[in-house]
Write a protein that binds this ligand. Structure first.
Ligand code: C2E
Ligand code: CA
Ligand code: CA
Length: 702
């Protein structure tokens, strides 16, 4: 039989007793390695230097006893089986030892009981040690988890079965604004923004059924600030498998969310005015169309284009232009209801959706309201600026059922308003056709310019006093392959809108220039005038183009004249002055066309290198019947002369008009009375006849 080694620390003064104990142990199958101590210092030394399986202690020693020994063991923090082995002691003493920490008590007279007692105590001690180890491991791992939970960047909450918070990690107070102890006991849902609570409630049902979920929530911090968090919830089971609560993890995604929202906003709004852009407008319009269909309502779309915005930009610079656009945006919003959408589509184009419009007439009223709002002068950094708007109006479902049709027809209506100059225009079917034929016409014009379908007609300007031919105005005609001769009013505005005015003007100037040279070669000295339109003056390359054409021509001053209408000159002050000055430096004289229809400022006129004023034909026509027009004609002549300009009257149709203009001292006359605009050949034979003014005048006319 192999003996079990047993390290015994024996507290005993009696040699014999010690021997008896060892014998008893050996008999029970142990191989005791024993150290016997009798004093306190020996005991301390033995515990310090050796390790022991069991301590057997006599009750009383001369300088020591079991109680002392127990204290020492405790002081060492050891959990060793401690068995008191002694002679007869009283029951009470025995109980006191046990209370002090001894594990068992064996009488020396009953040593066979010692081994089983030791055996049991060793087992118990081993169990205790194992439990201690397990507890330590548990404590360690809890500590580890705790550290992880606290170090986590996310908020981690435990909620109980009633969704009240029972634990919050260290991050929670930072994120939610509440102290940890404020959070404990708080129903989790009170942290959630009202708008998100329904969705949250739905998800709770899911988790009660055993799932886990993730949901983006808007949370309200204790200071009232809103934050966004991605929440993920995992269910915690209770002992009986019921719902025992959950772990709620909250990741703060506020910044990401705000950045995404800012991007979204940016993508859908106009940076300058902050208004919805075209994309958002289309989206809103789609929504509005859907709900209008559902509810059987009308909605209206208004497209607004500013009429003189470009002039402001040109005259005052982009800074003013930008401020003006902002102000326009504000005015539009103020003029309409909050439920209406105001958007900026780009440039000087705005759009409005009227979300409810009972009658078609209501849309017109809104257009009038907008025009009125724009009519007030804009005061931008002390500058008094004026713009006007042209508005295209369409109503759903009357004028179109889908977004694209509505926007397209609003665009056509807007152009109609612009063309007709009456503020707003509502969609009509004829507009649709008109726009289609305009498209066709502009394609034909493009080809026509290239294929030489244009022709210049010349209309004479005759001196009133001298009755001599002084010059001609070149007026363009289009020999349309199907439509025959087309007058400029039918295609010049189109050419302006489509940019074709550039090649057209180039052709006109080039042709007029060659014609002048040809006449000059043949000894016919004439001033040849050509017309420039609004777009020509916006074209910074115009003077370059003219310079290129004029190279090689040694033009005497007064050979070439550019006619620019008064309104164009006045609305483009800064840019125009520049272009006009360059033209004048090239030797091209300036003539102000349709004078009297605009509002020229005398000061501005003086700054322009203008050589001629042309009185608009409407005044000349009405001069005979209307005293007021007569006054205008007379004062224009006087004004022109005081500024050292020649004055030409256009639209002279009758001998009376001729006489009256002659009497008023007007310099030149142009009109059907003398001659209509004519092709070159007709003009040349007219010149050949030598009668520039019908003469003698028919005196018989009543
Ligand atoms: P405008 O410059 O005012 O030209 C005078 C217009 O009055 C011409 O019409 C002419 O035919 C017409 N007219 C001449 N005498 C009389 C008259 O006694 N009574 C009446 N009732 N009308 C008379 P037209 O040729 O149809 O030209 C119309 C407008 O088209 C011109 O007005 C001018 O602004 C523009 N235009 C003509 N040619 C060109 C061109 O080459 N380039 C540009 N940009 N515009 C042009
Ligand atoms: Ca003219
Ligand atoms: Ca004119």
């Amino acid at each position: 039989m192999t003996l079990l080694p047993l390290r015994v620390l024996l507290v005993e003064d009696q040699e014999d007793d010690a021997e008896l104990i060892l014998v008893a142990l050996r008999q029970a199958g142990y191989a005791p390695q024993c150290r016997r101590v009798q004093t306190q210092p020996e005991m301390v030394e033995a515990l310090r230097s050796g390790s022991w399986d069991v301590i057997l202690s006599d009750c009383n020693l001369p300088s020591f006893d079991a109680a002392n020994a127990l204290q020492i063991v405790k002081a060492f923090g050891l959990d060793l089986p401690f068995v008191v082995v002694s002679g007869a002691i009283g029951e009470e003493t025995a109980v006191a030892f046990m209370k002090a920490g001894a594990h068992d008590y064996v009488m020396k007279g009953n040593l066979p009981r010692l081994a089983p007692a030791i055996e049991r105590e060793l087992r118990d001690a081993a169990e205790r040690a194992a439990r201690r180890l397990a507890e330590q491991a548990l404590a360690d791992s809890e500590e580890r988890y705790r550290t992880i939970v606290d170090a986590a960047h996310d908020t981690i909450l435990l909620v109980d079965a009633d969704w009240c918070i029972s634990f919050a990690n260290r991050r929670a107070p930072d994120m939610l604004g509440y102290a940890c102890d404020q959070l404990i006991g708080l129903p989790f849902s009170t942290l959630i923004d009202l708008a998100d609570r329904d969705e949250w409630g739905l998800r709770l049902r899911q988790i009660h059924q055993g799932g886990a979920f993730e949901l983006d929530l808007r949370l309200r911090r204790s200071d009232g600030r809103d934050i966004w968090a991605t929440s993920s919830c995992t269910r915690l089971p209770a002992a009986n498998g019921a719902f025992g609560g959950a772990i709620v993890m909250l990741k703060d995604v506020t910044e990401r969310r705000l950045a995404a929202e800012a991007l979204r906003h940016q993508a859908l709004h106009d940076a300058l005015t902050g208004l919805p852009n075209r994309t958002l407008l289309q989206d809103r319009l789609q929504q509005a169309v859907f709900s209008a269909r559902r509810e059987n309502r009308r909605i209206a779309v208004l497209l607004i284009d500013l009429d003189r915005f470009k002039d402001v930009n040109d005259a005052f610079g982009h800074h003013y232009g930008d401020l003006l656009l902002k102000e326009v945006g504000d005015r539009l919003q103020h003029a309409l209801r909050e439920s209406d959408t105001v958007a900026r589509l780009g440039g000087d184009e705005f759009a409005v959706i009227l979300s409810s419009c009972l009658e078609v007439e209501d849309a017109k009223l809104a257009a009038v309201k907008i025009l009125k709002a724009l009519d007030e002068p804009f005061i931008i950094e002390q500058q008094n600026l004026r713009v006007a708007g042209s508005i295209g109006v369409v109503v759903h479902p009357d004028h179109g059922e889908d977004v694209n049709t509505l926007l397209r027809r609003a665009d056509v209506a807007m152009y109609a308003a612009k063309r007709e100059g009456d503020g707003y225009s509502m969609h009509g079917t004829d507009q649709e056709e008109a726009s289609a034929s305009r498209l066709k016409l502009s394609a034909q014009l493009r080809d026509g310019i290239r294929l030489g379908e244009l022709e210049l007609y010349y209309q004479p300007k005759v001196g009133l006093r001298t009755r001599e031919l002084k010059g001609v105005e070149a007026l363009v005609r289009w020999n349309h392959p199907e439509q025959g001769l087309v007058v400029p009013d039918a295609f010049i505005p189109l050419a302006e809108q489509t940019g074709l005015i550039k090649p057209l003007s180039r052709w006109v100037v080039e042709t007029a220039l060659h014609q002048w040279r040809e006449w000059h070669r043949r000894g016919l000295e004439l001033t040849v005038a050509f017309n420039l339109s609004m777009r020509n003056l916006h074209d910074p390359h115009l003077p370059d183009m003219l310079e290129e054409l004029l190279q090689g021509f040694h033009l005497p001053p007064g050979a070439l004249q550019a006619e620019i209408t008064e309104t164009v000159l006045m609305t483009n002050a800064t840019r125009t002055l520049d272009v006009v000055t360059r033209l004048s430096n090239l030797g091209v004289q300036l003539s102000i066309d349709d004078f009297g229809t605009g509002y020229s400022s005398l000061a501005y006129l003086k700054r322009l290198p203008v050589r001629e004023l042309k009185i608009d034909k409407s005044f000349v026509h009405d001069m005979a019947a209307n005293e007021n027009d007569m006054v205008i004609v007379r004062s224009t002549i006087d004004l022109g002369h005081s500024l050292d300009m020649k004055v030409t009257a256009e639209g002279v149709e009758t001998p009376e008009a001729w006489d009256r203009l002659d009497a008023l001292g007007c310099d030149l006359a142009q009109g059907y009375y003398m001659a209509r605009p004519m092709p070159v050949a007709a003009f040349e034979s007219w010149v050949g006849r030598g009668i520039y003014v019908p003469n003698p005048r028919p005196t018989a006319v009543a």
